[in-house]
Design a protein around this ligand. Structure first.
Ligand code: PEP
Ligand code: MN
Length: 367
């Protein structure tokens, strides 16, 4: 059961203590207090853990400071919507992430030279985009492939992010040591930007890694769906992050590994955007670059990557991760799927058209 307190009742208040005391009077029930920091307000929730099946919700709802008591039937205790209608989202570095917002994260799949990072960030600044992706640590299928420049490139990535006014960089990590390196490099650079820690599809069930990013709240987490596991398994993986206390999570669809998706790199799964939004409170990201994996063009003049992006946005996606590179033939990772700089303007305009269409559809549905 979850007891949702009224808006802005702080977790350390007497009102919360009263509820906890009453809950713990029941045998084998333990109460856990959580503060959910939304983008505009915070919410205190009390989780009753243990034998709660026979406990009535009404006595809790009689407390004036209690908004409602919810019996959880579904599995996703922390990330799930249950019947919590309010979807809070979160704010990070002045950027709001929720199921209502949309942010595009165009950037380099893997960081290479300082010049390319600067060219990328300059392009973003010219278009007023303050969110990007930049891979420093690259877990690769083969140990002989480029593994990313790691901590070596962080100083210039962060320095340039400051110079070009980048607010948030999505960056994959595979270990706690890498998070420490990011933290130290941000400190050294004078904290010029924010980092969203990306859990790659290959680590979707690396439970120790999930618990680690869940036990810190400095950085939000971009969780990429496991490429060969069910949606339920991926949502449970997010539950590992959220149950550790970090509810700043974005769930990313990036295609499923299957030959049924041929000739695309992965089988595009963006029809799951509304499913994830219905089952959870998480903003949903789509990654058309890693889903499609190539720059094939359709007879209508649109790249398959454009089509996949539009499919994600028309379904209500809240974030788009997309690879660009000034010279894809020289890229050290995933060059064949990188869009070119002269394609940037088109890409952003296309996103805008589809987003507008999505919002109109919502209006129509609302009557
Ligand atoms: C990436 O975004 O660079 C990446 C490796 O993605 P995924 O984990 O989805 O393969
Ligand atoms: Mn990649």
């Amino acid at each position: 059961m979850i007891i949702v307190m009224k808006a802005d009742v702080p977790p350390e208040s007497e009102e919360v203590r009263q509820v906890v005391r009453m809950a713990e009077r029941y045998p084998d029930v333990h109460a856990e207090v959580r503060q959910i920091q939304g983008s505009t307000r915070s919410l205190t929730e009390i989780y009753l853990i243990g034998s709660t099946a026979s406990i009535a919700t009404e006595p809790f709802e009689e407390f004036p400071a209690v908004e409602k008591a919810i019996r959880i039937r579904e599995r996703y205790r922390s990330i799930g919507r249950h019947d919590r209608s309010e979807v809070l989202g979160f704010e990070y570095r002045g950027v709001e992430f929720s199921q209502d917002t949309l942010h595009v994260f165009p950037g380099l799949c893997a960081v290479d030279t300082r010049e390319n990072v600067e060219a990328m960030f300059r392009l973003l600044k010219e278009h007023g985009v303050r969110t990007t992706r930049a891979g420093a640590y690259k877990p690769r299928t083969s140990p002989y492939d480029f593994q990313g420049y790691g901590s070596q490139c962080l100083p210039y990535v962060f320095e340039l992010a400051g110079k070009y006014d980048i607010a948030v960089i999505a960056m994959e990590i595979t270990s706690e040591a890498q998070v420490a390196e990011i933290r130290a490099a941000l400190d050294d650079a004078g904290d010029p930007t924010g980092v969203m820690l990306q859990i790659g599809t290959r680590n979707a069930q690396n439970f120790e890694l999930l618990k680690m990013v869940g036990s810190q709240t400095d950085f939000p987490v971009l969780f990429k769906r496991g490429m060969g596991i069910t949606l339920d398994e991926s949502l449970n993986a997010c539950e590992y992050i959220a149950s550790g206390g970090n509810n700043k999570i974005v769930f990313c669809l990036r295609g499923m590994k299957s030959n049924f998706g041929d000739p695309h790199r992965n089988f595009v799964d963006f029809s799951h955007v509304p499913v994830v939004k219905r089952l959870t409170r998480l903003p949903v990201c789509v990654d058309p670059s890693h889903s499609v994996g190539k720059k094939a063009i359709a007879p209508d003049g649109l790249l398959d990557i454009h089509h996949a992006t539009a499919q994600g946005i028309i379904a209500g996606a809240n974030m788009v991760l997309v690879d660009f590179h000034p010279r894809p033939e020289e890229a050290l990772c995933d060059g064949p799927q990188a869009l070119l700089f002269h394609e940037f303007d088109f890409f952003m305009k296309d996103v805008e058209i589809v987003r507008r269409a999505y919002l109109e559809r919502c209006k129509l549905a609302a009557g």
